[in-house]
Design a protein around this ligand. Structure first.
Ligand code: AFD
Ligand code: MN
Ligand code: MN
Length: 399
């Protein structure tokens, strides 16, 4: 890489931040069960501690997204959680209401025909808005499991209008500088229709709700053949791209670690963003967030691996020569246009990434530094003892 390219990589790394999810540090699983890890976070303080490790080692994860029911138990005062985060050099990030686990949501939340269920969901979301204000979080991140399993079961148009009206009420309760991220997902947990199933539905709802609402793209929430960077380009052009939940997938919403299956796809997404910025001069505020469940990988290692991969791909995408690319596009020189992307994608940015880390007094290899720190062994031992004292099963209780 020449000095100009190194400058581009450094500039990209200086601006790149990605939010870790609290739920990525706790025991998770699939519908077939959970494989427990001694080192998994037990409570919000553990999650903050683990997120702080990732930020201290990578230098680009200053905030952790929170899930209201999982992280703010009745007893927990959101402000005390915020203070605990600040003590560790962290901020609390996007606030995720939980409108999919309670039994009352069996037939949906905001789309439920039962007004009691709809009211419960709306109340919980409005409470989440209050929490977001209390902890000075900009983002209210909404994912709805609402949908149906059989043809004829749902009045799809009725449900579309029900969720839109409720989200208009939510937006009215939000501060002007807060952003509602409206996530979509084609299927799961329902398997006939999901009320917000694709980017178009999230887009229509966001537009109806108003300027506070933007679309959240979860990279695992697309059918196999979907061209995600095309969706990103459209949302950018419509100025409704709110952010991402990054993960990777082989088959569906597998929540595998970012870039583990298809790093080139993440690169192409970042390329659309850089190209848009170059062409329009606009720099939209985009919330880069991780949304993964590390069912078998050690959780903190998986998160560090994810963050380092995201930094690498973002730095690669920053190397695309946009004036060249635009020229090749205008003249339909598809080989040269493709080569503009491939050249950047196949550039090894890792030496520059290590240099950037050293300049910031960070370990050149964050994963190695974490492994050498002994943090994992210490916390696994401490958390195992705590689990036994609390009567919570851990992985080794099966040993
Ligand atoms: C699940 C859902 C969705 C949501 C996340 C956090 O599929 O991605 O954003 O949980 O609530 O992964
Ligand atoms: Mn998600
Ligand atoms: Mn998901």
């Amino acid at each position: 890489m020449n000095s100009e390219q190194i400058d581009k990589v450094f500039a990209a790394l200086n601006e790149f931040q990605i939010e870790t999810p609290s739920w990525g540090f706790a025991d998770t699983g699939t519908r077939f069960g959970k494989f427990l890890q001694d080192g998994a976070a037990i409570d919000i303080n553990d999650k903050l501690s683990d997120a702080a490790q990732v930020h201290q080692l990578t230098g680009c994860c200053p905030s952790m997204a929170v899930h209201v029911l999982w992280d703010f138990k009745e007893s927990q005062d959101p402000l005390s959680v915020k203070r605990a985060a600040e003590k560790l050099g962290l901020k609390l990030g996007a606030v995720n209401p939980n409108i999919f686990q309670d039994q009352i949501y069996k037939y949906g939340s905001l789309c439920n025909r039962d007004v009691i269920a709809r009211k419960a969901a709306l109340t919980h979301i409005l409470d989440s808005v209050k929490i977001a204000k209390q902890i000075s979080s900009r983002y209210l991140s909404l994912w709805f499991a609402d949908g149906s399993n059989y043809p004829g079961q749902a009045n799809i148009r009725w449900r579309k209008n029900a969720i839109t009206e409720s989200l208009q009420d939510v937006a009215a309760a939000m501060d002007s500088d807060q952003v509602m991220l409206v996530e979509y997902k084609p299927f799961e947990p329902t398997f006939y229709h999901t009320d917000l199933a694709d980017w178009g539905m999230s887009y229509v709802v966001s537009k109806a709700v108003g300027p506070k609402a933007k679309v959240l793209v979860d990279t695992g929430h697309h059918y196999q053949a979907q061209n995600i960077e095309q969706i990103v380009a459209w949302l950018l052009d419509e100025e409704v791209l709110g952010g991402f939940h990054f993960n990777d997938r082989r088959y569906a919403d597998d929540d595998l670690t970012l870039g583990s299956i298809d790093p080139y796809q993440i690169f192409r997404i970042f390329n659309e963003i850089f190209f848009y910025r170059w062409e329009t001069g606009r720099r939209p505020e985009i919330a880069y967030m991780i949304d993964q469940s590390h069912n078998d990988k050690p959780k903190i290692e998986a998160t560090i691996q994810t963050v380092c991969t995201a930094q690498e791909l973002y730095a690669k995408a920053a190397l695309v020569e946009h004036s060249e690319l635009a020229k090749h596009q205008e003249s339909n020189s598809e080989i040269d246009a493709e080569e503009s992307l491939r050249e950047a994608f196949f550039t090894d940015v890792r030496p520059a990434l290590s240099e950037w880390r050293k300049n910031r007094r960070l370990a050149p290899d964050p994963l190695r530094a974490f492994r050498e720190s002994g943090y994992a062994a210490r916390t696994a031992k401490e958390r195992k003892e705590r689990r036994i004292a609390l009567g919570i099963r851990g992985e080794s209780s099966y040993a």
